[in-house]
Design a protein. Structure first.
Lengths: 377, 220
């Protein structure tokens, strides 16, 4: 029997021993994506990630809006890390249009980016905890995250979708009591983080499930082009904030967290340790920040870029985010390509899940610091 | 801190632009002097959009560019875009050789992104690989854009028309998913890629590749 199949469809031969499972796209354990997993008994034989369930065509939409109109919709892929996904866009547009950013705005941007990194990591940690069956680790980060959200709300006026960073600086200045509020929150949070260590990271059950599972060697991490915490957990010392410092990161005091093990435990621990560094950056930036001055350079209405292109990247909670913007003398960009950390780390999933127990899938999956909505854009 | 006054000053200027207000239809209808007066009242700068500054090539970027152009000569074209960014444009026939040279001699080890850019007027699609390095300390800041152009068909038939080039998957393993995305979004077929299936689009997508310029968003 020959049947004409639509393009992209194929008939699959079924094995008696091997079972195919569709994990997702609406399964809470996989986020908004599908993993086509073949299992032999309890062991995963192969894994084929199928993202795209929440593909929104952000890149296409950006070609129809001018540089300023693009700000709010470009942060939508990761609303809980919205400052960091807008950061490279702002840097790129500033380079295209030749805009200078006021010194005070640079510090405010760094503070917003680091607060947002904490918000993202806490959100991720909450999900990571609940999928490993540790419900305290869901409640604590979710609760502490609110305090950071309050801070960013005081800065920008919005709880989650801030659209706070704009080409030329930030949207508005800090409120008058911000510094004091922020320092109080950070001091509380640094104390609180140590409790996370005791209840979660020293937990023998977590260690049993994650130590030695899903090992990604240093060579593979480089070869597969991974980024962010996945890369640093495999022993590669690479952080865009250090290697290609943007705005004022070179003046600030912090260090890169690198672990050698490359297993799920290391991947879950690197973002946690990075929150300490974020706190250090925030405190340092508040100290070194000019106490007054302009926070936004005025742009011309409908600014146009020349016949130019730019590639700018920053370090987000999930790794490097790069924006490739091509302009052609129009107020709209000709092409915007967003290269996100989640999409780059997705390639590890088939490698790491192969041979793993099915029950360990959430530990490996969420350990990759993967956010499906961002990967789909 | 002077939060209150600052906030008022930095209101979004686009709202005050005559093109966006109700009285005038577009900025083109204003005479040059009127426009100048309007902008000066608003305290805006009327200098050209992009300041033209002569950009001297820094030494390190120059050494990279020299290395690659001494090997390939006329086959490629090296541009200096801005600091830490150089761009190598190659014919699609040579792209694998150039990529191997960049990997082995210049020590770039991974691809950060693969972007397609559609140029319907030139009847070409440009594929740009942004390459970076984790292993070489000196290259930490650098991003090398390796670009090539493939012919473009007006009525695309992804996979079986002339829009195809050699895959770089064997040179840079990390391009695997990026090339799949470029295939579905632009219809560029990568020869030698082991798994050239769609990635983000649904299996039954029956329109033209959506990131091409002739695919229009509804209502725009």
């Amino acid at each position: 029997m020959t049947t004409q199949l639509p393009p992209g469809m194929h008939i699959e031969t079924v094995d008696e021993k091997i079972m195919t499972l569709n994990v997702g796209p609406q399964h809470p354990g996989s986020g908004h994506m599908r993993l086509i997993i073949k299992v032999d008994g309890d062991y995963i034989v192969s894994c084929d990630p199928d993202p795209g369930y929440v593909h929104r065509g952000e890149e296409k939409m950006a070609e129809y809006r001018n540089y300023i109109q693009n700000i709010p919709h470009l942060e939508r892929p990761v609303i809980h890390d919205s400052s960091n996904i807008l950061y490279p866009y702002c840097l790129g547009v500033e380079e295209l249009l030749g805009i200078e950013v006021p010194e005070r705005a640079k510090y405010i941007r760094v503070i917003a980016a680091e607060l947002n990194r904490c918000i993202y990591i806490l959100y991720w940690l909450a999900i990571y905890g609940i999928f490993l069956g540790h419900s305290t680790m869901f409640m604590w980060p979710a609760g502490d995250r609110e305090l950071f959200i309050d801070l960013l709300e005081a800065m920008s006026g919005a709880r989650v979708t801030h659209a706070y960073l704009v080409p030329g600086g930030v949207r508005n200045d800090l409120p008058s009591n911000f510094e004091e509020r922020c320092l109080r929150q950070v001091a509380y949070f640094e104390k609180r983080l140590k409790e996370y260590e005791a209840i979660f990271y020293q937990n023998p059950l977590l260690k049993a499930r994650t130590e030695g599972s899903g090992i990604l060697s240093r060579t593979d991490a480089i070869r597969l082009g991974t980024t962010g915490s996945v890369l640093r957990a495999s022993g590669v010392d690479f952080d865009v904030r250090k290697k290609e410092p943007y705005d004022v990161y070179e003046n600030l005091d912090f260090q890169t967290i690198v672990m050698k093990e490359g297993d799920s435990y290391a991947r879950s621990r690197v973002p946690y340790l990075e929150m300490f560094e974020s706190c250090r950056i925030i405190k340092d930036a508040l100290k070194k920040m000019p106490k007054s001055g302009s926070v936004r350079t005025k742009l011309k209405p409908n600014p146009k870029g020349g016949n130019d292109e730019v590639y700018r990247r920053v370090e987000s909670g999930r790794g490097a985010i790069g924006y490739y913007i091509v302009s052609n003398n129009r107020p709209e960009p000709y092409r915007v390509k967003i290269s996100v950390g989640s999409f780059r780390n997705l390639i590890c999933m088939p490698y790491l899940l192969k041979g793993e127990k099915l029950g360990n899938m959430p530990a490996v999956y969420w350990g990759l610091n993967y956010w499906p909505v961002e990967a789909d854009r | 801190m002077s939060s209150g006054t600052e906030k008022d000053e930095v209101k979004d200027i686009a709202e005050e632009h005559p093109a966006n207000s109700e009285n005038t239809t577009s900025s083109d209808s204003m005479s040059k002097d009127e426009a100048k007066k309007f902008y000066e009242e608003k305290g805006l700068d009327l200098s050209p959009d992009v300041p033209v500054k002569p950009k001297p090539i820094p030494e390190f970027e120059k050494s990279l560019a020299d290395k690659i152009s001494s090997k390939f000569g006329d086959k490629i074209h090296v541009d200096y875009i801005r600091s830490d960014r150089i761009r190598v444009t190659s014919k699609k026939e040579n792209i694998v050789d150039v990529a191997k040279f960049i990997r082995d001699e210049l020590r770039y080890d991974h691809a950060e992104s693969v972007s397609g850019v559609d140029y319907p007027d030139a009847n070409e699609i440009e594929v740009v690989y942004h390459l970076g390095s984790y292993t070489d300390e000196k290259l930490g800041r650098q991003i090398l854009a390796l670009a090539t152009r493939v012919p473009r068909e007006d009525i695309p038939n992804p996979g079986s028309d002339r829009t195809r080039m050699s895959s770089l998957r064997d040179v840079f393993y990390s391009v695997e998913f990026h090339e799949r995305e470029c295939f579905e979004m632009f219809g560029v077929y990568f020869e030698g890629h082991p798994d050239m299936r769609r990635l983000l689009l649904p299996e039954d997508w029956a329109d033209i590749p959506p990131f091409r310029k002739d695919f229009k968003i509804k209502g725009r």
